[in-house]
Design a protein around this ligand. Sequence first.
Ligand SMILES: Cc1cc2nc3c(=O)[nH]c(=O)nc-3n(C[C@H](O)[C@H](O)[C@H](O)COP(=O)(O)OP(=O)(O)OC[C@H]3O[C@@H](n4cnc5c(N)ncnc54)[C@H](O)[C@@H]3O)c2cc1C
Length: 393
Amino acid sequence: MKIAIIGGGASGIAAAIYAKRNNEKNSVTVFERSDRVLRKLLATGNGRCNLSNEYISPDNYFSHTPDVVSKILSAFTPNEERLFFESIGLLLCSEDDRIYPYSKRANAVSDALRHECERLGVNIRTNSFISKIEEKGEKFVILGEVFDKVVISCGGFSAPSFGTDGNSFTLLKSLGHTITKTSYALSPVKVYENVKSLKGIRTNATVTLIDNGERVRQEQGELQLTDYGLSGIAVMQLSRLCKDGSIIEIDLMSVFSKEKLVEFLLTRKENFPHLKADDFLTGIMHKTLAQYILARCNINANIPAENLLKKDICALAQEIKALSFKVKSVIGKEQSQATCGGALLSEFDTETLESKKVKNLYCIGEALDCVGDCGGYNLHWAWNTAYITGKNL
Ligand SMILES: Cc1cc2nc3c(=O)[nH]c(=O)nc-3n(C[C@H](O)[C@H](O)[C@H](O)COP(=O)(O)OP(=O)(O)OC[C@H]3O[C@@H](n4cnc5c(N)ncnc54)[C@H](O)[C@@H]3O)c2cc1C
């Protein structure tokens, strides 16, 4: 059986390994447009590769066909995943439920995958961009060569510098598949307010997305401020749902209720009457952020803390608990870590991910209409879908 895998990313390489293990007589060729496979994997998790999560649930994914996602997720057990990494010699560890290679180095994962491909005799052709898949009866012609089966694993349209520019969708469309509405997920967000002075600040926060007055989703985690807006895991998790005009509300001190925070600040005023207002919040939070909040409350930075009125204290508590920004846009393309939308899952058999439209055609990974949260969910999806297809090839 001659198998072509289009795209040498996480899902394509894992599928090649499964296909070869499944039947050593399978001839498996991975076509990769870049000069090496798994380039994106090296950048994941800030170079540490958060390759999965201890708790995988359909709730961590978004798709236009959530039932299909549930079925696919249930077919790949945590034990199956652990066995796969063990079988390529990769030791794992976890931190806050996120699973990493023990060395916390993404190249440990890419090297282990590449070595297993070499051992199994997977044929890897780099610098091979596939722009056309020609159907010939139940077979396919790719770069003049005939294949029995083709797996499309060329990702979505996020981070095009890693070779993923959405051409997978063009290929799939040319073969008769439906591509759902696509947008950028796991991205930073641009806001209308001028936040230039806050660039570089990182803090933990509870972040809530509000759309038309409705609290749509809340996340807790790292918040990063940039010269154009907001980033960090907590904001990236919400970005898929952000629209022009949505409000992002930040609680910088979720350990306090607003009432308790007012009490705390009033006591602080008693204890530190000599502090200038400018320094009143120093020691509680980043100084520049404290000054920004003071300015938003129209409080004169030069008055002593003892002159702060109860209404000033209440205004500070309000801003600290609900610092809000108006979303202008989601910063996509290179800064987005995953694509929302893709090949409509109901057009594929859930047991194998074979196309219901074109026999012997398969699609796996991010090219499918399913996107996960931050936390290893997207790479889990890549291994999961590779397993389903690979073990059936
Ligand atoms: C900066 C960054 C950090 C991330 N961190 C994490 C993380 O820590 N944890 C997590 O779970 N997810 C993370 N992700 C998301 C995760 O990397 C992807 O969801 C995952 O790699 C998708 O796997 P894939 O195999 O579907 O596609 P990809 O890994 O994107 O691979 C697709 C491959 O196909 C190739 N290709 C494309 N078109 C063609 C063509 N026509 N012909 C030949 N080759 C082609 C591309 O060059 C690429 O190598 C991150 C993403 C980015 C950008």
